[in-house]
Design a protein around this ligand. Structure first.
Ligand code: SF4
Length: 742
C-alpha cells in the first residue's frame, strides 16, 4: 500500500472513530480530534479517575478549566485511598506537560538519525519492515514487549492484534519483572491467579506480616490503611534492611538475604509443632498437608537460624506472634517476587495462611501486592502468558470460547503461551526474533544485566518503540518511535491489587501528533490488513464489553459491570462481579474464598513446596558484598521516565545515585559518608555516593533501582517457574575512588 493510499485509509478509519476529522490532520502536527477532551466533560467540571502509577489504584479528583485538567487532589470518597495520595499521585499531571514529550513519529534515516515523519510514513515503515522480516524468517521472528502501565482495553487490543492479527507467537510485558511470581504461585496453589484480599483487611487484622514489602515507600497509601487499624495490630516485617516500614513496625526480623524459604519452612514447622494447625480448615479445604508437614519437619531451629541469621529467640517470637493472632494477614511484594526461587517462597507464605486457617476471613489472607497500576489487568487480559480473560492457550475449549466471542477462527489463536521476557531476549540473541515492538516500557534501563539488554536490542533488524517520550534509554535505540498519549490523555480501565476495576479518563490533550495507544493499535491493524478482525473494537468501552464477554464463567467474571458509568458511580468494582450476582450494586470491598472453595477442580487449595536452593551468585573473595536493590523513595517511579519530569518529585529524592553501606564495611574500606565510591560486579562497574547507615547490615549494600546505572550490576538469575528476574541479590565489591578522579 502506498503512503498516499495508506493516508487515505487511515484518515477514513479515524474519521469513522472520531467524527470531525480530516485526512490532512494525519499529516499535520497539532491538536486534532483524537486528542480532544470527550464531550461528556463540561469544561470547568471536576471528575474522578484512578492514578496511573502504582497498583494501589488511588482515586484522584481532577479539576478542569476550559476543557483541560489544571490540578488534582485525592478523592475523599474513593474506597481505596479515602482522601490520601502519595507525592507521585499529587504530581500526576506534571509529566504530561514535559517539554520532551514525543510529538511526532520519528524514523531512523540512512545516516542513522531519527527524523520526523508523518503517521502514514511511520505505519508504512513499521508494517513494511515487520512484514519483510516475517516473510523471510516466519511470523515467530516478530515479538512485542508491553507494560502494566496502559489500560486493560489497550493491552487486550495489542495482544489480540499481535497474536491473532499479525501472527506473532511471542509477547510479554514488564509485569514479568514484578508480578509473574504471584501469578504462578496463586495459579498452582489456588487454581487461578487470584489475590484473595480487600484493602480493608489491613484494617481488620490483629497480626500483619509484611515480607519483602516496604509499604511506607512502595505503597504508602496501603501503609496509611494499616495506620487506620483499630486493633493495635502486631506489625511484623521480614526484610534484610531496616526499611522505613521496618522502623515503624512492632517487630523487625532482619533475615539474611534470600534465606526466606528456609525461614518460612522453619516457621511452618514451628507452628505445626505448636499445635497451631487449623485442622478443620486444612482437612476440608486443602490437599497435600501431610506431605508438607513431612517436608518442613526437617527444618529444625539450628538450621533455620544458621541460614536466616535470626536467633532462636527471634524465631520463637515470630512463631508466637503469628500463633497468637486470630486474624493474621501475610503480605508480600518484590522482596519475594524477585528471587531465584520466588514462586516457592510465595507459596511458603500461602502455606502458612492455609495451615493456620488464615484465609477467607476478615483481616486474613496470603496477599500479594501488585506493582504497576494495571499489572492485574495485564495478568487477566494482555494475551501473553494467559489467553484473554485468564484462559489457557493450550486448552482447545478455551481457544474455541475466545474465538467464538471474538468471531475469529480457532486457528488464529496460538496453541502455546508466549515465551517469557528473558526468553524473548534470548531469541533475539539467537537470531530467531528480529523485529520487536516495545510499548510503554524501558528495558534498556530496567532489564536485569542492563549492558546485555542494550546489546541485544542493538542486534534487532527493526525496533519499534511506542512511548510518550522520545528520550527514554530504549527509545534512543529505536529504528522507529511512535508518539503515544499518556495517562490522563485517554480512556480505559485499570485493575488494582485488590482486583478493583477502576476508570481512567481523558482530561488533557496529547501533544502534537501523539495518539492514544488504542488508536495506534487500530491504525497498525488497518495498515497490516487485519482491520476487519477488529471492526467491533471501536472504542475503549466497546472493548471493555468484549472483555466482559471473555470473562464470562471465569473466576474473574465481570459481566455484572454494566458500563463505565457504573464503575464511576461505585468507585470501582472488584472482580468477580458476574451478571448472575443480580442487579444490585456489589459490596464496596470483598475478599475471595469466604466459602473455603478454591479454583482447582476439587475446590481445594494445594500445599506446594520444594527444597531451597542457594542463590546462583554468592559473595566471594573478589566480590564480598551482597547488592540489594529496591525502591528508593515514594517520589520515584521505576526508571523515572515520568517522575523525573516533576521538579517537586525531583526535590524529594537524591538526584544522583547512591548506595547504602554499613558503618562496619565503611570503616573496613576506609570510606566516609558522602564519598564517591566504585561498585563493581562481574557485569560492570559504576560510581555512586556512599551513604553510611545502619539500614543495611554488614556484608550488604543497597542501591535504589530508579537510577539508570543500577542494573549494570545485577545478575540475570530467574525463578524457574515464573521466569521473574532476581533483581535483589548479586555479589559486588566496593572501593574508594581517588578523589582527584571522582
Ligand atoms: Fe498513585 Fe500509588 Fe501514589 Fe496512590 S499510592 S497516589 S496509586 S502512586
Amino acid at each position: 500500500m502506498s503512503a498516499r493510499t495508506l493516508a487515505g485509509a487511515l484518515g477514513d478509519l479515524i474519521h469513522r472513530q472520531t467524527g470531525p476529522l480530516t485526512r490532512d490532520l494525519l499529516r499535520t502536527p497539532g491538536h486534532f480530534g483524537l486528542g480532544q477532551v470527550p464531550a461528556r466533560l463540561a469544561p470547568d467540571q471536576t471528575t474522578t479517575m484512578v492514578c496511573g502509577y502504582c497498583s494501589t489504584g488511588c482515586g484522584l479528583t481532577v479539576h478542569m478549566k476550559e476543557g483541560q485538567a489544571v490540578n488534582l487532589s485525592p478523592s475523599a470518597a474513593y474506597p481505596v485511598n479515602l482522601g490520601m495520595a502519595c507525592p507521585k499521585g499529587w504530581e500526576a499531571l506534571t509529566p504530561l506537560r514535559a517539554p520532551d514529550r514525543a510529538t511526532t513519529p520519528l524514523l531512523r534515516n540512512a545516516r542513522g538519525k531519527l527524523e520526523a515523519v508523518n503517521w502514514p510514513e511511520a505505519l508504512q515503515a513499521m508494517v513494511g519492515r515487520f512484514k519483510a522480516i516475517a516473510g523471510r524468517h516466519g511470523p515467530a521472528s516478530l515479538a512485542f514487549l508491553s507494560t502494566g502501565q496502559i489500560p486493560t482495553e489497550e493491552m487486550a487490543l495489542l495482544g489480540a492484534l499481535a497474536k491473532f492479527g499479525m501472527g506473532m507467537l511471542h509477547g510479554d510485558g514488564n509485569t514479568r519483572q514484578c508480578m509473574a511470581t504471584a501469578v504462578v504461585a496463586y495459579k498452582q496453589s489456588f487454581g487461578f491467579d487470584s489475590p484473595p484480599y480487600a484493602y480493608r483487611d489491613f484494617e481488620e487484622s490483629d497480626v500483619i506480616v509484611l515480607i519483602g514489602a516496604n509499604l511506607c515507600i512502595a505503597h504508602p497509601i496501603l501503609w496509611e490503611r494499616i495506620c487506620r487499624n483499630k486493633n493495635n495490630p502486631a506489625i511484623v516485617v521480614l526484610d534484610p534492611r531496616k526499611t522505613e516500614t521496618a522502623a515503624a513496625a512492632t517487630h523487625h526480623f532482619a533475615l539474611t538475604p534470600k534465606s526466606d524459604l528456609v525461614l518460612l519452612y522453619g516457621l511452618a514447622n514451628r507452628l505445626i509443632r505448636m499445635g497451631r494447625v487449623d485442622r478443620a480448615f486444612v482437612d476440608a479445604h486443602t490437599n497435600g498437608f501431610a506431605d508438607f508437614e513431612a517436608h518442613v519437619a526437617a527444618f529444625e531451629t539450628e538450621q533455620v537460624c544458621a541460614a536466616s541469621g535470626l536467633t532462636a529467640a527471634e524465631l520463637d517470637t515470630l512463631a508466637q506472634v503469628i500463633a497468637g493472632g486470630k486474624r493474621v494477614s501475610l503480605w508480600w511484594t518484590m522482596g519475594v517476587n524477585q528471587s531465584h526461587e520466588a514462586t516457592r517462597v510465595a507459596q511458603a507464605i500461602i502455606n502458612i495462611a492455609l495451615l493456620t486457617g488464615n484465609i477467607g476471613r476478615p483481616g486474613t489472607g496470603a496477599n500479594s501486592i501488585t506493582g504497576q497500576c494495571n499489572a492485574m489487568g495485564s495478568r487477566m487480559f494482555s494475551n501473553t502468558t494467559n489467553l484473554l480473560g485468564g484462559h489457557d492457550f493450550t486448552l482447545p475449549e478455551h481457544r474455541r470460547k475466545v474465538a467464538d466471542v471474538l468471531g475469529i477462527a480457532d486457528e488464529a489463536i496460538p496453541q502455546t503461551a508466549s515465551a517469557s521476557y528473558d526468553q524473548i531476549l534470548e531469541k533475539i540473541l539467537g537470531g530467531q526474533i528480529r523485529g520487536l515492538w516495545v510499548i510503554a516500557t524501558n528495558p534498556a534501563h530496567s532489564w536485569i544485566n542492563q549492558s546485555y539488554a542494550r546489546d541485544i536490542l542493538g542486534r534487532l533488524d527493526f525496533l519499534v518503540v511506542q512511548d510518550m517520550y522520545a528520550t527514554t534509554e530504549t527509545a534512543e535505540q529505536a529504528h522507529l518511535l511512535l508518539p503515544a498519549a499518556a495517562w490522563g490523555e485517554k480512556d480505559g480501565t485499570f485493575i488494582n491489587s485488590e482486583r478493583r476495576v477502576g476508570l481512567l479518563k481523558k482530561v488533557a490533550r496529547p501533544p502534537g501528533l501523539a495518539l492514544a495507544d488504542f488508536h495506534i493499535f487500530r491504525l497498525v491493524a488497518e495498515a497490516w490488513g487485519c482491520g476487519d478482525m477488529f471492526s467491533r473494537w471501536t472504542s475503549p468501552e466497546a472493548v471493555f464489553n468484549i472483555l466482559k464477554d471473555l470473562s464470562r464463567g471465569q473466576p474473574c467474571d465481570i459481566t455484572g459491570i454494566r458500563d463505565y458509568q457504573m464503575l464511576d458511580r461505585q468507585g470501582g468494582i472488584q472482580w468477580p462481579f458476574p451478571a448472575a450476582a443480580g442487579p444490585q450494586a456489589p459490596a464496596v470491598e470483598r475478599r475471595l474464598f469466604e466459602d473455603g472453595v478454591f479454583f482447582h477442580k476439587d475446590g481445594k487449595a494445594r500445599f506446594i513446596f520444594d527444597a531451597p536452593r542457594p542463590p546462583p551468585e554468592v559473595p566471594s573473595r573478589d566480590f564480598p558484598l551482597i547488592l540489594l536493590t529496591g525502591r528508593g523513595s515514594s517520589s520515584q517511579w521505576h526508571t523515572q521516565t515520568r517522575t523525573k519530569k516533576s521538579p517537586v518529585l525531583r526535590r524529594l529524592a537524591p538526584a544522583e545515585i547512591y548506595l547504602e553501606l554499613s558503618p562496619v564495611d565503611a570503616r573496613a574500606l576506609g570510606i566516609t559518608m558522602g564519598e564517591i565510591v566504585e561498585v563493581t560486579s562481574r557485569r560492570g562497574s559504576i560510581r555512586a555516593r556512599a551513604f553510611v547507615t545502619n539500614i543495611v547490615k554488614p556484608g550488604q549494600i543497597f542501591i535504589p533501582m530508579h537510577y539508570e546505572k543500577a542494573n549494570r550490576l545485577t545478575f540475570p538469575a530467574f525463578d524457574p517457574h515464573s521466569r521473574q528476574p532476581s533483581y535483589k541479590y548479586c555479589a559486588v565489591r566496593v572501593a574508594r575512588v581517588d578523589p582527584a578522579m571522582a
